[in-house]
Design a protein around this ligand. Structure first.
Ligand code: GLP
Length: 242
């Protein structure tokens, strides 16, 4: 098995390709389970989905499952992933909030929250998982060294990820949480199809390692080499080291 690479000239094109793929799934299965990522990479998909909905796609029964959440931010915090998905997905598409599923990022009961979310995601059966990738090859918040067998769990963010994400916290590194709850690598591998989006030169090394490197826990995304339906949608810069 190997990872299929598709190269695009713009994020808009990536967004419309993935959105129409989601549209095709939803037309066949109105209550499909779609795995959604946060970060800047998937925004083009959510934007393009808005057009699909304006053109008549009915997403009222679709269930949306987040990959991860920061621990220690309330759901109403503007940088919580709950708010991110509410702002860029739920509100623009007119989705009922009860159809958005995000792991609870509370400090207390983290293990219980993780177990509950793992069961929820596995029972739902993700039809298509959208992914971004961290500069160090992380997917979800599975940092380098995370076991390929991991299920949804609570983890610690690396300093490099905290620094990369500080831009969402007005570059105040002290404001970036230290820990997270995330679907594990084995959880992500359960998705029927995976579409990973990466743009920009800062992602080119991670893309190289994920696609052409050894399958190793040093690069979490390299686990996707063992998935039977995975496509990376890249711009020229992100694919420049392949
Ligand atoms: C965060 C998220 C990941 C995301 C990554 C890259 O760490 N937990 O799911 O893929 O950021 O984000 P961006 O697309 O903004 O580069």
């Amino acid at each position: 098995m190997s990872i299929t690479i598709h190269a695009y000239d713009s994020q808009e094109n990536i967004g419309s390709v993935v959105a129409s793929m989601i549209g095709a799934i939803v037309k066949k299965k109105p209550n499909a389970a779609i795995g959604v990522a946060t970060g800047s990479s998937p925004l083009c998909v959510y934007k393009a989905l808005e057009s699909e909905v304006q053109n008549g796609l009915d997403v009222s029964q679709v269930q949306w499952y987040a990959l991860d959440e920061y621990i220690g931010l309330s759901r109403s915090h503007p940088q919580s992933y709950y708010q991110f998905l509410k702002c860029y997905l739920v509100d623009p598409l007119g989705i009922a909030e009860c159809n958005l599923h995000v792991p609870q990022g509370t400090v207390e009961g983290c293990q219980d929250n993780a177990k509950r979310y793992e069961d929820e995601v596995i029972n739902a059966g993700i039809d298509l998982q959208i992914l971004g990738i961290g500069e160090n090859g992380h997917i979800g918040f599975n940092e380098p060294g995370t076991s390929f067998l991991s299920k949804t769990h609570c983890g610690t963010l690396t300093e490099s990820t905290r620094h990369a994400n500080a831009r969402f916290f007005e570059n105040e590194i002290g404001e970036v949480p230290y820990s997270c709850i995330t679907q594990g690598l084995s959880t992500i591998m359960h998705a029927r199809a995976v579409r990973l989006i990466a743009t920009g030169r800062t992602k080119s090394r991670a893309i190289h390692d994920a696609v052409q490197g050894q399958i190793s826990e040093k690069c979490p995304a390299s686990i996707l080499q063992m998935h039977s339906d995975v496509v990376f949608l890249l711009d020229r810069d992100a694919g420049s080291e392949l």
